[in-house]
Structures are given as C-alpha cells and as structure tokens.
Design a binder for this molecule. Structure first.
Ligand code: GAR
Length: 190
C-alpha cells in the first residue's frame, strides 16, 4: 500500500477528484490532507471522507522539519500539490525525490513563476490574447514551476473567452488528467 498526502490551500476541486478516484483502490490511498488555511474548503471535503488533516503554518513549514515526522505516522510515500501556493522547502524536496508533483494551470514554461497562480495565470493568458492554454503536471523542485514536466494537455481558446471561461476550460483538463497521472506514477512505486 502506498500513501499519498495532498497539499491544497483552496476549494480543493482537484483534491476532491483525486480522493474520489482512489476511494476504492486497494494499493493507493489518500491518507492525509495538508492545508495552510484553516478555513480552506478542502478541509471540509477531507472530513466528509474521513481523511486526517493537518494545518501547517509558515513557521512549521520553513523553520522546522516537523512535517516529515507527521508523514512517518502514515507513512506518506508521495505528495500531490493541488492548488498549494507555497514554495516547497529543500528538506522536503530532498526527502521525496521525484515523489512530489504539482499541477499548474498553464502550458509551462509560459505563465509560471512566483505570483503566477489561479486567476492571475488566466488573466495573463487572456491579456496576451493567446489562442490556446492548458495545464502542466510536473515534478517539484526548489523553484516555482521549474521541475521536470511529466504531462501537458491543451485547450483551444476563443477570442470571446473571458479569464473565467479560460479557467473553466483548464480546470476541466485538470480534473480529467491529474488523478490518472498520479495513479500512473505511484503505481510504478508499488
Ligand atoms: C488549479 O487550477 C491549479 O492548477 C492551480 O490552482 C487551482 C486550484 O484549484 N494551481 C496553481 O496555480 C499553482 N501555481 P482547486 O483548489 O479547485 O483544485
């Protein structure tokens, strides 16, 4: 059995899809949900599904390595970032080489980097009058959005699409692919 921790700060629609996807899996289990926001919607979803949660502060994340001790209790084998916006500290990247993945709502390396998250990305894509956007799943290193790319999917954009329309199109792709990709990668670790 391999145990996944999902890190999410927001609504958690991707986290929800991943939890649903693995609900009946006998080999891979979402065992922990970590959030930096006590009021994040993703925590309600975790409770509804009986998944343990941990709220992490900046001090705990960056000034201690306590999360590694928490992971040991499950024990966590793989980390999935799903709308988690903090840079992952080097001690965590080094403890989980090629075992932390992130999803980004654009076709990296375009529209990545610090400050490029959520609607900021879709507004920038809209302002540049792009005719396509998409999503990227990549391994996490110590720099924002620069780890090796594992998978990308594209969607066509119309001149009339608003940033909100772009967000909907990209989120649809994220929901379609993220859980399957995580399954593929974690299955190789079994
Ligand atoms: C997703 O679109 C994800 O790609 C993005 O945050 C959203 C979270 O939505 N992540 C980033 O922008 C990371 N730089 P969700 O909470 O509904 O899954």
């Amino acid at each position: 059995m391999k145990h996944i921790a999902i890190f999410a700060s927001g609504t958690g629609s991707n986290a929800t899809k991943i939890v649903e996807y693995f609900a009946d899996n006998e080999n891979i289990k979402v065992s922990l949900i970590v959030s930096n926001k006590a009021e994040a919607g993703v925590l309600d979803m975790a409770k509804a599904n009986g998944i343990p949660t941990h709220i992490i502060s900046r001090t705990e994340f960056y000034k201690t390595e306590d999360i590694l001790k928490i992971f040991k209790a499950y024990p966590i084998d793989f980390v999935v970032l799903a709308g988690f916006l903090w840079l992952v500290p080097s001690y965590l990247v080094e403890s989980f080489p090629n075992r932390i993945v992130n999803i980004h709502p654009a076709l990296l390396p375009a529209y990545g980097g610090k400050g490029m998250y959520g609607m900021n990305v879709h507004r920038a894509v809209h302002a540049a009058k792009e005719r396509e956007s998409g999503m990227t799943i990549h391994f996490v290193n110590v720099k924002y959005d620069e780890g090796d790319i594992i998978f990308q999917a594209k969607t066509k954009l119309l001149a009339t699409d608003t940033p909100e329309d772009i967000q909907k199109k990209v989120l649809k792709l994220e929901h379609k692919h993220y859980a399957e990709l995580v399954d593929e990668i974690v299955t190789k670790l079994l």
